[in-house]
Design a binder for this molecule. Structure first.
Ligand code: CP
Length: 325
């Protein structure tokens, strides 16, 4: 166990060791149990977290805010569009100033080619920990919750197969951050990752290279496929969600047109039945119901989406308690 995490940023899990991640999962499990038992744990009494959103959220906002309250502190909800950021506040100024008012700064900025750089620039100027609530590259708190969920349901993930697949959605071009970070983290923990997508939906090549290296070190594997059903067969975890053709299309209209060629990429009961008998169905939500996934799957016996969403609360509390004390 590695407990010296006070003051650390969490911008990318690639900067955290496996031992540090194990500590987070252990603390998360403890806080989850204490909450179930009604035991208060005011580990961050009088501390304040600034939550700066450049993009909409349901789970991330609600779980960080609830988590800070349960830890005895407070969370400020700040939207970029109602601040002076649009009128010139720089990332450096945000880091300096919010860092003087608060004990932590959490940021969601998924703007393509901007978000990750912005969060790193705030972190460079901040005297308090900066936490990545999702950028265009990674979504560390989502995949920590995913790993905790997989461990709770399946035990040791080593040697298990996870299908990280693209699926069709009509709502919007979703970021690459979840499949990318999931491929990175699952390969670190010895899983056999099947990354499945039509050719136009490739991920960032440097992420695929890093996941390949992670797999080499852990004894896991990374396999790239473009056949949705081949990706499902015998899998232990079906994690099928949409993302945009962001590496291929020049704009949203072109991305939507490309996606429109693959409307049959829906996780339905027939396809779910191709996975292992006890396979998990996972999705970070929001999902395009009836388009990305059938109701019978997301509401069915394989689905763990609500446990997965709940675990966001516990892993975030763990990271805040470890870094913001
Ligand atoms: N999974 C997730 O990050 O959900 P929100 O976009 O609602 O925060």
């Amino acid at each position: 166990m590695q407990t010296d995490l006070r003051g650390r940023d969490l911008v990318s899990l690639q900067g955290w060791s496996n031992e540090e991640i194990e500590t987070v999962l252990e603390v998360a499990a403890r806080l989850k149990l204490e909450r179930a038992l009604g035991q208060p744990h005011p580990l961050l009494r009088d501390k304040v977290l600034a939550m700066l959103f450049f993009f909409s959220s349901t789970r991330t906002r609600a779980s960080f805010e609830a988590g800070m309250a349960q830890l005895g502190g407070h969370a400020q909800f700040i939207e970029s569009r109602t601040t002076q950021i649009a009128h010139g506040d720089t990332a450096h100024e945000i880091g300096e100033i919010l860092g003087r008012y608060n004990d932590g700064i959490a940021i969601r900025n998924v703007d393509w080619g901007v978000g990750n750089r912005y969060i790193r620039d705030v972190a460079a100027a901040s005297r308090v920990p900066v936490l990545n609530m999702q950028c265009e590259v990674c979504h560390p708190f989502q995949v920590l919750a995913d790993l905790l969920t997989i461990r709770e349901k399946l035990g040791d993930p080593r040697g298990r197969t996870i299908t990280v697949s693209w699926a069709y959605a009509a709502s919007y071009q979703k970021p690459l951050s979840v499949p990318q970070d999931l491929a990175l983290l699952a390969t670190r923990f010895g899983m056999n990752v099947r990354l499945v997508h039509p050719p136009e939906f490739r991920l960032m090549p440097e992420i695929v290279d890093q996941a390949t290296e992670n797999a080499r070190r852990s004894g896991g594997s990374l396999e790239l496929l473009d056949d949705f059903e081949a990706g499902m067969r015998g899998s232990d975890v079906v994690y099928a969600k949409s993302w945009g053709a962001l590496m291929t299309a020049k704009d949203d209209a072109e991305g939507a047109a490309i996606a429109g060629q693959y409307t049959d990429w829906i996780t339905d009961e027939r396809r779910m039945a191709m996975a292992a008998d006890e396979a998990l169905y996972m999705h970070p939500l929001p999902a395009d119901r009836g388009i990305e996934v059938a109701d019978a799957v997301i509401d069915g016996p394989h689905s763990v989406v609500y446990d997965e969403a709940e675990n966001r609360l516990h892993v975030q509390k763990a990271v805040m308690a470890l870094t913001m004390r």
